[in-house]
Design a protein around this ligand. Structure first.
Ligand code: OAD
Length: 244
């Protein structure tokens, strides 16, 4: 490891008492999960408003479920990559550490992370549109219109759709973690979707050192203290794993 910025960030990490990491689709790209806004991004191929909004679900729940069943089938065989694994490893060694993710793919959990705030929900969780219960369900053969055994209403994917508010309790937990942190790492997110996009600036306002790891600069890069450009799967383990 020769990059002086990487060295500097490693020593910041060693000094940090309270670390927050925010991840986006870029951390899962090397596992084979398509990002949202890149060349082959999901929102280039599908109009999000047709498939990932409450109105779309009201209009045609069967179509929306077909889209989510397809996405679940694509995600099912994918495995965490070295960046997810390095974060899970870090959690075991750190007392004050919070992982906040915008990803719904569940790969952080598969990697072994436990203290996760999933801002946008989880595609492997279902929520009842009637009684509101949430449960994990990893079946790939869900019926076209799955219904709740308790109340008979439709299940929906437990993810945040366009036009929906984030769960206030989940968001409050994210804010609290960011406000308490002295170091924040922002990995693989385009920084275009609120409120996640503003968490880094909040950390900075509260006096934390904020570093970004991304393939390319983002609209937020200039507000941060440091930006490392490269693949999360290379940089995150170099940064986080103990030197051998
Ligand atoms: P985007 O697709 O907007 O951005 C992914 C970012 O990751 C881009 O800046 C890429 O340059 C970067 N990237 C790609 N591959 C990478 C790699 N191997 N290593 C490091 N960086 C890499 O995804 P998000 O920012 O996560 O919301 O998108 C935010 C939200 O928009 C998503 O959670 C989703 C979407 O609409 C909902 O569904 C509510």
């Amino acid at each position: 490891m020769s990059d002086p910025d990487l060295q500097m960030l490693r020593s910041r990490l060693q000094q940090s008492q309270d670390l927050v990491v925010l991840t986006g689709a870029g951390i899962s790209a090397e596992s084979g999960v398509p990002t949202f806004r890149g060349q082959d991004g999901l929102w280039r191929q599908y109009r999000a408003v047709d498939l990932a909004t409450p109105e779309a679900f009201q209009r045609d729940p069967g179509l929306v479920w077909e889209f989510y069943r397809w996405r679940r089938r694509l995600l099912a065989p994918l495995r965490p990559n070295p960046a997810h694994l390095a974060l899970a490893n870090l959690e075991e060694r750190r007392h004050r550490f919070t992982l906040i993710t915008q990803n719904i793919d569940g790969l952080h959990t598969l990697a072994g992370s436990r203290r996760i705030i999933e801002l946008h929900g989880n595609i492997w969780h279902l929520r009842c549109t009637g009684c509101g219960q949430v449960r994990e369900d990893r079946r790939l053969d869900l019926p076209p219109l799955p219904t709740c055994d308790a109340c008979g209403a439709l299940w929906r994917p437990h993810v945040v759709w366009f036009g929906e508010m984030l769960d206030p309790a989940v968001l409050a937990a994210a804010y609290a973690a960011v406000e308490a942190s002295d170091l924040m790492l922002i990995i693989g997110t385009s920084g275009l979707v609120q409120p996640a996009a503003s968490l880094g600036r909040l950390a900075k306002q509260r006096g934390a050192f904020v570093a970004e790891i991304n393939l390319e600069p983002t609209p937020q890069t200039d507000f941060y203290d440091l930006a490392l450009q490269g693949k999360a799967g290379d940089l995150v383990p170099q940064l986080l794993l103990p030197a051998r």
